[in-house]
Every structure is written in C-alpha cells, then in structure tokens.
Design a protein around this ligand. Structure first.
Ligand code: IPE
Length: 258
C-alpha cells in the first residue's frame, strides 16, 4: 500500500497546483516494481487550503461551510482524475473510489468503509485508488477523511507486505527540517521515540500534525512493514517497493508481528 502525500504530488502552498512531473515519475516507479498496489493520495493544495479557511475538519458549524465542502469535494476529485489518468496512461489500469461516496465518519473518525470493493478490483487487475476527501459524518454532518485514516483501515484489513508513506522530506525528523538545520532523521520510530519528540512542530493541515501521522503508522506497523520515505527523490519509492535499503524512517510497533 502506498500513500502519495499531498506535499509530494501538489505544491501545498499554491491552490490546485499539481506536480505533474513528480506524479508521472512515481507512476513509472510503481509500474516497474511489478507489485500489486492499493494507492491512496493526499489532497494537498486541492483540499487543505479551502478546508482550513472554512474549518471543515470541525464538521458542520454554519451554512457557508456547505458550499466550501462541495468545492473541496470537486477539487479533490479533479486532482484524483489527474492521478488516475496518469496511472492509466502509464499502463496501470486503476479505478477511483472516492470517500465522499463510500465512507462515513463518526465524530471525525473513519467508521464505515467497504474494503471488499478494493479487493474485488485488485482481483481483476485494476488498482484501487482512494484519497483524502470530505465525507459524511454521523455526528457532525460532514468531516474530513484523511488519506492516513484510509491507510490505517486498509492496512488493518489487507495486511500488506509493505505500507509506504511518500512525503516531501526524507522521513520523520527530531524537529521540523525546514526550520531547523540540526534536525536529525529518525531511522526507527517506536512509541517511545514518539513520546519523546518535542510537541513544537507547527502544522497548518486540517488533518493533523506529524504526530497524528506517526500514531496512525504505529497502528499500521502491527500489520505491515511501515515506512516514511521521500517521494521527491527519484528511485526511492521503487527501491522501497522492491524491499531494497532506502533512506527513510521505519515505524516499528512494540508487539512482534507474526
Ligand atoms: C486531506 O487528506 C483531505 C482534505 C483536506 C480534503 P490528507 O491529509 O490525506 O492530505 P495530505 O496528504 O495531507 O495533503
């Protein structure tokens, strides 16, 4: 299972800016690995900007959010269409499974997701693709379903050989690598390491900080080899998929995997 983070496939600072070249290269790396993949992608600047302006992650607060929610759903579907076009064009047949249609949250947490539909597509050689989206929430009317929540649920169900998160940095650092020159890459992350990390990193994302992501990954590590790598560096995704040594952060849960 792979998540292409929004910071990799889009320029997160500029509304609806796709990194077409990066996306095409990553599609090529996935194809040439020869692996069966479930693909999840983030929303990047197609989702976070409008979602944050309108506090969509809090659920229904006021009527003006409804137009914003529907705008984000349109924008992330457009992003997803570009993603699926790219993979189809690269010779990897794929299908889009939008969370707004197939999932339901309960107080912001992913509740309903039919994993069988992913399996049925995989079985006929079509790669399922899903993504961070706005979707229904049984308590708050609507909410944001992050790609990381989808990864967690799908990993629990499918127990993939490897679960890879592609971001725009080499992995998880001791502090924000963009603002601290002395930030060090953490090669192995465990619950203990997470507990000791300073909670100072700034985060503009509506779906949470790096800490939330690591918590999801610690859960995933119970079922699958889990890692964070840099999707902007050519070759790393393919190497990770092919079980080769790659610069990044491995996430290890305390319990032994069987
Ligand atoms: C965000 O999904 C979804 C919306 C803001 C609509 P993600 O949390 O998975 O996206 P990225 O990877 O951070 O961009």
């Amino acid at each position: 299972m792979i998540k292409l983070g929004g910071s990799v496939i889009t320029d997160k600072t500029r509304y609806k800016t796709l990194r077409t070249d990066v996306l095409a290269r990553l599609a090529g790396e996935i194809k040439s690995s020869g692996k069966d993949v479930i693909l999840v992608h983030g929303a990047g600047s197609y989702g976070h900007i409008i979602a944050a302006e309108n506090e969509l992650q809090k659920g229904y607060l006021r009527d003006s959010q409804i137009t914003a929610a529907s705008q984000v759903m349109e924008d992330v579907k457009n992003l997803d269409l570009d993603v699926t076009k790219c993979f189809n064009g690269a010779g990897m047949p794929c299908v889009s499974l939008p969370p707004s249609a197939i999932t339901k949250l309960q107080s912001g947490k992913l509740n309903e997701l039919d994993c069988e539909v992913f399996k049925e597509y995989l079985d006929i050689g079509i790669m399922p693709v899903t993504f961070g989206d706005v979707c229904l929430d049984s308590e708050r009317k609507f909410g944001i379903c992050s790609g990381d929540q989808l990864m967690m649920r799908l990993a629990e169900h499918f127990k993939p050989e490897v679960t890879i998160f592609c971001t725009d940095v080499d992995g998880v650092y001791t502090s924000d690598p963009y603002s601290n020159d002395d930030a060090e890459l953490i090669k192995v992350i465990t619950q203990d390491v997470l507990n000791k990390l300073p909670r100072t990193q700034h985060c503009a994302d509506v779906t949470g900080s790096i800490f939330k992501k690591i918590e999801h990954m610690l859960n995933i590590a119970e079922y699958s080899k889990a890692m964070v790598i840099n999707g902007l560096v050519p070759g790393r995704l393919k190497a990770a998929l092919c079980n080769e040594e790659v610069i990044g952060s491995r996430v290890e849960c305390c319990n032994e995997r069987n």
